[in-house]
Design a protein around this ligand. Structure first.
Ligand code: BG6
Length: 443
């Protein structure tokens, strides 16, 4: 543990799904490794009274630690007076610690509510303390304008170093490995550019549908839900310049620079973008006319001379045949050699695969393509959950895995005109069967 400062994690919305499925289990796991501050308390903020801690711990191990170190605080999140009471409560915990503590506000509440809560934390004076940090979940806006607006609202109360915008994909172990892989292997480091690479694809294929989130999804769609956040951030990690002297603090700026040079391929927009909706979606959300896409595939270009001419594709969809997240790097074919493909498998079968050509045994001269495979599970028992890393890094003040407001605004800038076009007509919406493959949808 780099930072052993007494810490209070204030989970706003502790009875919610994210807290039960991800946050409390993550704290339980970090505590098991001993990497949590020795003076640590979770303060679960909620409107509800009579919360039974065990009802929140069904998915967690290390229940004993969580029972001992969690308290609840009932308050009206709309009422500024209650924020003063919250401040007093934090003071009481600090007295028990016998020392000042860091306050980590984790807003696990619907996006429409979080803006108001940020303002009230600010107005109550709680944001002015040097020890206060703010952890925010996506979405950070719904389009370019609202993202800029949210960003200035946050800046009114918080300094940028106090704010941690979570994109849990960046905290996945295998996403962190992208930089290590690119920088640590001389063969790939030297060939990571347009001279050798012809195409890059980032794919997040999901088997699940919208999982009952009808309201959220109807207003969001695949472009905003996954492409704007997770896929563009994975792409930024793939395209960005490598940090000098392995300085990890440089990474957010380098990701921003990569995003800043990206735009949707312009020459023939009908070929550059595809959208689809799984059949049955409209009944599920109760809107027979819904135009919301549950599948999106877009072609991009980078104006970075290093990536000039390289085809870039981002694809994601729900209710597809398989669940997987992959980055595919296609190496160029030369006149006297075949092409190779590098596959960074982010989930669920985490690993790396590289295709090579080999002579088929026999009298004739014939070649075949084979894969060199590395699988994390053959070497490591388990990979930490992304939310463990998110909480650990925020406690330690490490911003490298969090998005800056500049990055967020860039991602909305890239998609802005497409979003506007898609919101006005549905002429190109492909209706696909649940369980389809990506190529079945776009062929
Ligand atoms: C979330 C999206 O950010 O990521 C969900 O809102 C999506 O729609 C989820 O299902 C995917 O995350 P993971 O870690 O399960 O791949």
């Amino acid at each position: 543990m780099k930072n052993n400062k007494p810490t209070i994690l204030i989970i706003v919305g502790i009875t919610g799904d994210l807290s039960k499925r991800k946050l409390l289990p993550a704290i339980g796991e970090i505590a098991k490794t001993g990497m949590i501050p020795s003076q640590f308390k979770i303060l679960g903020v909620t409107r509800k009274s009579d919360i039974a801690i065990d009802d929140l711990l069904k998915n967690t191990s290390n229940k004993e630690y969580l029972r001992e170190n969690t308290e609840f605080f009932q308050m009206d999140l709309e009422d500024i007076k209650d924020y003063k009471k919250l401040e007093n409560k934090l003071g009481e915990i600090e007295k028990e610690f016998g020392s000042n503590a860091e306050y980590l506000f984790y807003l696990s509440v619907p996006p429409a509510t979080s803006k108001r809560i940020i303002g009230l934390i600010g107005e109550s004076g709680l944001a002015n303390k040097a020890c206060t940090k703010l952890l925010l979940e996506k979405p950070f806006g719904t389009d370019l304008e609202s993202a800029k607006d949210l960003s200035s609202h946050i800046e009114e109360y918080f300094k940028s170093e106090q704010v941690y915008r979570i994109d849990h994909y960046m905290a996945k172990e295998t996403a962190q490995n992208i930089i290590v892989f690119r920088g640590g292997n001389s063969l790939f480091k030297r060939t990571w550019n347009k001279d050798f690479i012809s195409r890059i694809e980032v794919i997040v294929s999901e088997e699940i549908g919208i999982e009952g989130r009808a309201n959220f999804y109807e207003q969001t769609g695949a472009l905003r839900d996954l492409i704007q956040s997770h896929l563009l951030q994975l792409l930024a990690l793939t395209l960005m310049d490598m940090p000098k002297n392995e300085d990890i603090e440089e990474v957010p700026r380098l990701r921003y620079e990569a995003l800043n040079k990206l735009h949707i391929k312009e020459n023939d927009s009908s070929l550059s973008v595809k959208r689809g909706q799984y059949s049955g979606y409209r009944q599920e959300v109760g809107n027979e006319k819904s135009m919301t896409e549950t599948f999106a595939s877009i072609e991009l270009e980078s104006s970075d001379p290093k990536w000039e001419g390289v085809e870039i594709n981002l694809t994601t969809g729900k209710a597809l045949k398989d669940k997987f997240t992959e980055i595919k790097i296609f190496y160029k074919k030369g006149s006297d050699h075949e092409s190779n493909e590098l596959l960074l498998k982010l989930q669920p079968d985490e690993g790396i695969s590289f295709s090579v050509w080999a002579k088929r045994p026999g009298y004739e001269h014939q070649v075949s393509k084979h894969a060199l495979n590395f699988s994390f599970k053959d070497h490591y028992s388990a990979l930490p959950e992304a939310y463990e890393q998110v909480l650990y890094n925020a406690m330690n003040g490490d911003h490298s895995l969090f998005s800056t407001s500049e990055e967020v605004i860039e991602t909305w800038r890239i998609l802005d005109s497409l979003q506007k076009t898609w919101s006005t007509s549905n002429y190109d919406l492909i209706i696909y069967k649940k369980g389809s493959t990506i190529s079945e949808i776009i062929s």
